[in-house]
Design a protein around this ligand. Structure first.
Ligand code: HEM
Length: 393
């Protein structure tokens, strides 16, 4: 081998060595950076959790603590109806984290009723769960405990494996061994009814269990285990207008995009709990016996189990409260007049229509509702709705 060939070989060899070294250094740096960024992300998510339990629900980190006790406040029930043509829509909006689990001066009565339901012999008509103490039920309890202790620190506190409802000194275990099923405990801690749904056969969502302290004409044992479309079978126009979009919505619901919606029902009596359907109730003779039932419903996906939690906070208000809110009354009058016959029948309008019409005519001083296009959608007093992240209306 000549001297110049040897030099060239050495140059090539050292170039190769330098190149390999730099490439592996660069690769090392890139891998390190990726690991660092993954660790930072994990750390950020874990700051949402308490006491080492990972609860990766982004909205739990944005809660404003409520000062004092919410249980003396008047209910801020949603005036959620729109005037005009009846439209069965999903009506979804982004969840307001400070308005997820709400409390007011009806809490004591409703909490006592829940305790009584949970001790009944036929409790499976009200509270039941098909999958034992599984991950979804345990995770629901963790999420509820995290939420209420952050949002209402003067009402709830933790002591060891227990949560305490401070104003009444009641304690519940929040770790195994549980004193009650975790779904039952979670529901006793809030005013909402809580439901757990899971994806099953055919990608459909099935009701796996619930605590049903404010049912409107159904018992849990009638519908537990059913898919959503079967549960909604009695709802007029459901199949034509909502079935497809609702099933798509449940499959696509993201952990970081919880949503809320409202429901309205005019009720021929003031009780919040109804196993029987309203059609068999007596006709309403006095406006004082007509009630507005509104629901603030929320849907969120649990991060670990991927189950969906449906929560329903029910508010009962006397129709006569709308004497103070003529614009809202006129919108409701117009909305009721626009119900298709099949919807009126489902909502048992025949039981209260005459008394409601007479009330509206007298209070508003006219024979027909006259709706201003600018105010036909109305506003809610509890919050300003935000757009639904999934794009549904
Ligand atoms: C995006 C989600 C949902 C929408 C848009 C929706 C919509 C509705 C509507 C419009 C009604 C008729 C209410 C009325 O006119 O007063 C209804 C009834 C009902 N919904 Fe839902 N709902 C949803 C989620 C759920 C979930 C998760 C459950 C869980 C079990 C549920 C259970 C029921 C039941 C039991 C009824 C009464 C049905 C009957 O008359 O027997 N809904 N829903």
């Amino acid at each position: 081998m000549s001297a110049s060939l040897v030099i060239q070989f050495r140059n090539n060899a050292s170039f190769l060595a330098v190149w390999t070294l730099s490439a592996s250094l660069l690769l090392g740096i890139l891998v390190g950076l990726r690991r660092l960024s993954r660790m930072r992300k994990e750390r950020e998510t874990n700051t949402n959790s308490r006491g080492g339990d990972e609860i990766k629900l982004p909205f739990l980190s944005n809660i404003v603590p409520f000062k004092g006790l919410p249980i003396y406040d008047k209910p801020e029930w949603p005036r959620c109806w729109k005037a005009g043509k009846y439209q069965l829509t999903m009506g979804l909006r982004k969840l307001d984290p400070d308005n997820w689990m709400t409390f007011d001066n009806q809490w004591e009565i409703e909490h006592k009723a829940k305790l009584e339901y949970a001790s009944r012999k036929d409790k499976e008509t009200i509270v039941d769960y098909l999958d034992g103490e599984d991950e979804a039920a345990v995770e629901l309890l963790e999420v509820i405990v995290t939420y209420i202790t952050r949002r209402y620190p003067d009402m709830f506190c933790l002591e060891g494996d227990q949560i305490i409802i401070i104003p009444i000194g009641e304690r519940y275990r929040i770790k195994a061994p549980y004193d009650r099923h975790p779904l039952e405990t979670a529901s006793l801690l809030v005013m909402d009814d809580l439901y757990i749904l899971k994806q099953g056969e055919g990608d459909l969502y099935y009701l796996r269990g619930a605590f049903l302290a404010a049912p409107t004409g159904w018992r849990l044992d009638q519908k537990i285990g059913w898919p959503l479309h079967q549960i909604h079978d009695p709802v007029p126009l459901w199949k034509e207008k909502l079935k497809k979009s609702m099933e798509r919505f449940f499959v696509n619901l993201k952990v970081n995009s919880p949503i809320q919606r409202n429901n309205l029902f005019v009720q021929p009596c003031g009780e919040i709990f109804h196993h029987d359907r309203f059609e068999s109730y007596p006709e309403v003779k006095r406006i004082e016996d007509l009630w507005i039932r509104t629901e603030l419903q929320s849907l969120c996906r649990l991060p670990r189990s991927k189950a969906v939690v449906f929560s329903v906070r029910t508010y009962m208000a006397k129709m006569t409260e709308l004497k103070e809110e003529p614009a809202a009354l006129e919108r409701l009058w117009d909305a009721v007049r626009n119900f298709p016959d099949i919807v009126s029948e489902y909502k048992s309008v025949q039981l209260w229509k005459d008394v409601f019409e007479a009330f509206c005519r007298e209070e508003l001083g006219k024979n027909e509702p006259e709706i201003d296009a600018n105010t036909r959608d109305g506003v809610t007093t509890a919050y300003q709705p935000k757009a639904c992240p999934a794009g549904f209306t």
